[in-house]
Design a protein around this ligand. Structure first.
Ligand SMILES: Nc1ncnc2c1ncn2[C@@H]1O[C@H](COP(=O)(O)OP(=O)(O)OP(=O)(O)O)[C@@H](O)[C@H]1O
Length: 219
């Protein structure tokens, strides 16, 4: 489903990724393990079409993502990708409902369709009781559940999570692991970039791929 073929990424004079080859199948849950600065976020951004490789090719369902013009990249992202950012990237002054609905704005759906999608993800990620609360008043764990609900509201096939437990305590991190299990059971293709050892020995994870200085150690 996802293929990175001989992908390198150079920022100015920093080689963030060095000739990466990686294939991830539909429904796979992959942990991308590596220390800070090893290139994990760069890989997620390439798959999301937020960045273009310096060389090599990124294919998602046989589409050349790395060659799409920006306009088509946004559309590809909207239709296929749910991105859970490390700092959640929510709008603090908007309430939970409006934050979750943001990815749907360009679709011009009617109120009924919006309500069905909103209700489904708020229920799934246990945040419905806070729907009218401004995000800035929520706890860290609640903010993350809003971010996860927003990433899923468009029912994307691919979920990318960047250091999802970086801002969570142990209890909330364990709750995130349960959510991950749920996403896996929904047959989502999931990639989690992390250096948190909590993810390295989970029985429902398909693969742990290690990256070091922009090179994959195993895949
Ligand atoms: N926009 C950028 N401009 C210049 N260098 C960058 C940029 N983004 C990343 N880098 C560099 O590329 C390398 C890989 O960064 P990347 O963010 O992909 O690593 P990471 O493993 O996700 O790290 P972290 O866990 O700290 O987010 C690092 O050396 C980083 O400093």
């Amino acid at each position: 489903m996802i293929k990175l073929l001989h992908v390198s990424k150079i920022y100015d004079d920093i080689k963030a990724l060095d000739t990466i080859d990686l294939e991830i199948g539909e429904g796979e849950l992959v942990i991308l393990k590596g220390v800070s600065g090893s290139g994990k976020s760069t890989i997620l951004s390439l798959i999301a079409g937020l960045l273009k490789p310096t060389s090599g090719d990124v294919l998602v369902e046989n589409k050349h993502i790395s060659k799409l013009p920006d306009h088509f990249c946004s559309r590809y992202r909207r239709d296929n990708i749910g991105f859970i950012f490390q700092k959640y990237n929510l709008i603090p002054t908007l309430n939970v409902r409006d934050n979750i609905l943001l990815p749907l704005v360009p679709l011009n759906l009617d109120e009924k369709a919006l309500h069905v999608k909103l209700h489904s993800v708020m229920k799934m990620f246990d945040i419905e009781h806070k729907k009218d609360v401004r995000v800035k008043s929520l706890s860290g764990g609640e903010q993350q559940r809003v971010a996860i609900a927003r990433a899923n509201v468009n029912n994307p096939k691919i979920i990318l999570a960047d250091e999802p437990t970086a801002n969570l305590d142990e209890k909330l991190s364990c709750e995130f692991i349960q959510i991950l299990k749920e996403l896996k059971s929904m047959n989502k293709t999931v990639i989690v970039a992390t250096h948190d050892p909590l993810f390295f020995d989970l029985d429902f994870v398909d693969r742990v791929v290690e990256i070091h200085n922009g090179k994959l150690l195993c895949s």
